[in-house]
Write a protein that binds this ligand. Sequence first.
Ligand code: G3H
Length: 520
Amino acid sequence: MTYPLPPSPVHQRQWLVAGELRHWGGPVRDVFSPVLNGGQPTPLGSFPLLGEPEALEAISAAATAWGKGRGVWPTMTVAARIGCVERFLTGMIAVRERVVETICWEIGKSRPDSEKEFDRTVAYVRDTLAAVKELDRAGSRFQQVEGIVAQVRRAPLGVTLCMGPYNYPLNETFTTLIPALVMGNPVICKPAKYGVLLLEPLLAPFADAFPAGVVNTIYGQGKTVVSPLVASGGIDCLAFIGTSRAADAIRRAHPKPHRMRCVLGLEAKNVAIVTASADLDLAVRECLAGTLTFNGQRCTAIKLLAVARPVFDAFAARFTAAVDRLVVGHPWTKGVGVTPLPEPDAPERMAALVADAEAKGARVLNTRGGRLDATTFFPTVVAPVTPGMRLWHEEQFGPVVPIAVYDDIEDPLAWIRDADQGQQASIFSRDPAEVAILVDGLANQVCRVNLNSQCQRGPDVFPFTGRKDSAEGTLSVSDALRAFSIRSMAAARDTPENRAILGDVVLSHRSAFLSTDWLF
Ligand code: G3H
């Protein structure tokens, strides 16, 4: 792969509100790529820094589309909503190349991983549309129980604020935005601080595919645009991927927090336990991908390795050699494994975490470890990491791999029990008795135990969630549809008169809710 010329800067001056691409003449934020050009960050353009009035305009547009549940979007048939999403998807696929290249430039993600993010998102949207049809079909029937005849369907929640993260700015944003939309919730989308311009090519397809006010976008400082939205009391559902601290602050701003359903993907500190019986070559391979894919900037990344003392030396030697073989380069470098970090303060933050561990008795194990070159931090393996060190409990979200050593299998289980996070864990073992102990010891601490494989979200049909500070609500192709809806039912005493009324309503197609139509 060749290294492309820097793109022409995109100076985004538009925001989408009430079905219009509105021009913005106010302050903007400049965007620079972490990929350097002549030693300097490459300018990529700029985007609007909207104010409170614009945020309130977005909520008013979304509230109109919601119409207290009687608006154009929640009352539209599921088939028609699916049609809107399909139209959007066609527009999205048409701008694939621009989006993929902007992901590379804006957040430094490798070209193959950026392509994967786009294509996985398209597949997720298609799978969501298939799942929503299934859900609608399941609700297109009556049930007769204990003298009551009823129809149960899933209904939308209301105005939904979607806030995605910078590391999967397209995929993670769309895994909440699309299910929320297709279930009938109008959406206000606020991108993260980094990874904004890659969504710009999608504004026109959004405007083209959805009725006015169904999709709105806002940009700017959280305090300026998010706080007033939530404080207005007009947000019925919050989909947020980020830290629990930020999620708590947003929720507290709501005048009636219990009225805002929260679907949250938060911090994680996934541990991989490498036991004495592990296949070390396999463990090294999986732990390498698990810790350092996209520089460790995945919520699902393995963020602490717990290695049994008898195999520590052998594992550490093979693992550090593999880490030092990773290709450091640009998103377009052939076989690249480590790329520049999009957060300007990330390299210093990584260096500070390593320095803290070193000051408390750990050392850097690999040759290139600790090297910092402008926006790139070389992957760094640190051991032995112990409870007093920041790397023990802080989510590093970068290319630093802490290793702790354990003597008793109960030790890592206790560490995980005491941790604030509870998303996933990996275990590496060839001993069925040990596997049973570990799976049982972890299943009530985390929400996915990966045997002889790295932690990961996919395949997207599996439930993605976490305990403690790691998540609220469950996402997957089908679970997300449930997360952004609530069951609602119409029920009647099962009398001949009521049956006749219900039969008439259904046969005359007078009601969208009371219907047994099959969605093809
Ligand atoms: O940051 C979290 C992403 O959803 C990671 O997804 O584990 O499938 O790579 P993944």
